[in-house]
Ligand binder design. Structure first.
Ligand SMILES: C[C@H](CCC[C@@H](C)[C@H]1CC[C@H]2[C@@H]3[C@H](O)C[C@@H]4C[C@H](O)CC[C@]4(C)[C@H]3C[C@H](O)[C@]12C)C(=O)SCCNC(=O)CCNC(=O)[C@H](O)C(C)(C)COP(=O)(O)OP(=O)(O)OC[C@H]1O[C@@H](n2cnc3c(N)ncnc32)[C@H](O)[C@@H]1OP(=O)(O)O
Length: 421
């Protein structure tokens, strides 16, 4: 195809795409997100999220919370969605083992701003939907590849989960109490901080850059590197002696008695972060101890003794009693709250830090809070698999007969939400 013809075709696609995007976002925004804040930071951005495990769904949810339109592409013949971070998304069910299903996905991607793919390296290429292909048709596309090990390197084709990526990042070796083996803090660091969140940042950066260049690009979002990047402080603070003792014996890794948790008389816990001397003094005072009876705060060899003294002291009162003593001071002591208590804690309540959705489920509100264009998360129920297949296909230009043909071939699936009322 001649360059001129290709350009004309691209311009038409681009123009149609832009028009479709704009129209569809306006149409969809009106039809499906009535009341949403048109001025949310990512309003008008259209994202295709290929259904994956935890990290990619988190990335998609962040973008949806801040106004993007996120269409999640689910597998067909799946009983229920495993995406627990689905708020604000639509669901289209496609069978990518069928060429027609691949053709539909291609059309969705070509007419969108962002695609998030959560698969092992090479899967999209096998489908003929690699970045080469799609960016040729839509040079403005931002193609985010969220993997564990990245698109290159000997592990690139290997399966893995958060703990594996954390291990290869170096951070897992630093996590754990003294004389215990390393432990992964839930699947927070690689999956979410270094994965979904880092990928969302990459997408926003690429969107911003595109406003200048008009061009999309590929984002190679490796959870190993994302986790390590989140942990840059650990690398950069080694030469100031913060981490030169064995695991669990340093200032911030449960070694220091004034940076740890303690059990209270009612079996709950308090968190202590009294690092600076002026806060440490308030902490000791709040415990009702005489500083002259204690060894110096930074006497490493006396830390085990200090821990024993603080443990004994915290065991004499309930969490509520200690909270009354320390709230409003600079002692850096706070109650360790279980998930079902955070929403009602006075500070969180005053800020509205946690929201309740239409199903009565409590979860964190989007962060950070933008003063003029804050996130406006969708609080209605999550989509069922394939709930929006028909409406999205119509919006992307498929006629009724074509949709029926796609349905009968099994390339797509449409499902209707059935209320349990
Ligand atoms: C710690 C977290 C994990 C959080 C998730 C957990 C909550 C869940 C993980 C496992 C679940 C349990 C398990 O499923 C068993 C039970 C099942 C039961 O039903 C429920 C209870 C269970 C106990 C269940 C409970 C929970 O749900 C779980 C515990 C993480 O670390 S998540 C981060 C994982 N890593 C990444 O995301 C990095 C990038 N991805 C990868 O490396 C790979 O995708 C991965 C994750 C290693 C999986 O590899 P896999 O071989 O399965 O897939 P891929 O190689 O990526 O290929 C994808 C193939 O799928 C085809 N495909 C995609 N979309 C479609 C479609 N729409 N239609 C048709 N086909 C599709 C695609 O073409 C690929 O096919 P090929 O292989 O032929 O190329």
């Amino acid at each position: 195809m001649s360059d001129a013809k290709h350009k004309r075709q691209y311009d038409n696609v681009e123009a149609r795409g832009r028009r479709t995007n704009r129209e569809s976002c306006q149409v969809i925004t009106y039809r499906w997100k009535t009341g949403c804040q048109e001025n949310m930071a990512l309003a008008g951005v259209q994202v295709i999220e290929l259904a994956g495990l935890a990290p990619a769904p988190f990335c998609g949810m962040i973008l949806a919370d801040f106004g993007a339109r996120v269409i999640r592409v689910d597998r067909t013949k799946v009983a229920m969605a495993m995406d627990t971070q689905a708020r604000g998304k639509q669901s289209v069910a496609l069978n990518l083992k069928k060429p027609q299903g691949v053709a539909v996905l291609r059309k969705l991607c070509v007419q969108s701003d962002v695609v998030i793919e959560p698969f092992r390296k090479g899967v999209m290429e096998k489908l003929g939907l690699g970045p080469e292909e799609l960016l040729k048709e839509n040079p403005r596309l931002i193609y985010a590849r969220l993997t564990g090990f990245g698109q290159t390197g000997s592990y690139a084709q290997s399966a893995g989960h958060d703990i594996n990526y954390l291990a290869i990042s170096g951070l897992l070796s630093m996590l754990g109490r003294s004389s215990e083996k390393p432990y992964a803090p839930l699947n927070l660091v690689a999956d979410f901080a270094g994965g979904g969140l880092m990928c969302a940042m990459g997408i926003v950066l690429a969107l911003l850059e595109r406003t200048r260049s008009g061009k999309g690009q590929v984002i190679d979002s490796s959870m190993v590197e994302g986790a390590a990047y989140v942990g840059s402080f650990m690398w950069k603070s080694r030469n100031i002696g913060l981490w030169n003792r064995p695991r669990g014996e340093n200032l911030l890794d449960s070694g220091a008695p004034f940076y740890d948790t303690y059990q209270t008389s009612d079996g709950k816990h308090m968190a202590v972060g009294a690092l600076e001397p002026q806060f440490y003094d308030q902490f000791v005072k709040g415990l009702g101890l005489d500083p002259s009876d204690l060894p110096p705060q930074m006497s490493f060899s006396d830390w085990p003794e200090l821990k024993r003294i603080f443990t004994r002291t915290f065991a004499t009162k309930t969490q509520a009693e200690w909270s009354r003593i320390f709230d409003g001071t600079d002692a850096c002591v706070t109650p360790v709250l279980p998930l079902d208590e955070v929403q009602s804690h006075p500070h969180n309540k005053e800020r509205g830090s946690f929201l309740k959705d239409a199903q009565g489920e409590v979860s964190p509100r989007p962060a950070p809070v933008l003063s003029r264009t804050p996130a406006d998360p969708c609080l209605s129920r999550d989509p069922i698999i394939g709930e929006h297949t028909r409406s999205v296909l119509e919006e992307f230009g498929y006629g009724a007969d074509e949709i029926e043909q796609l349905l009968s071939s099994g390339a797509v699936e449409c499902n209707k939400f059935k209320s349990r009322m």
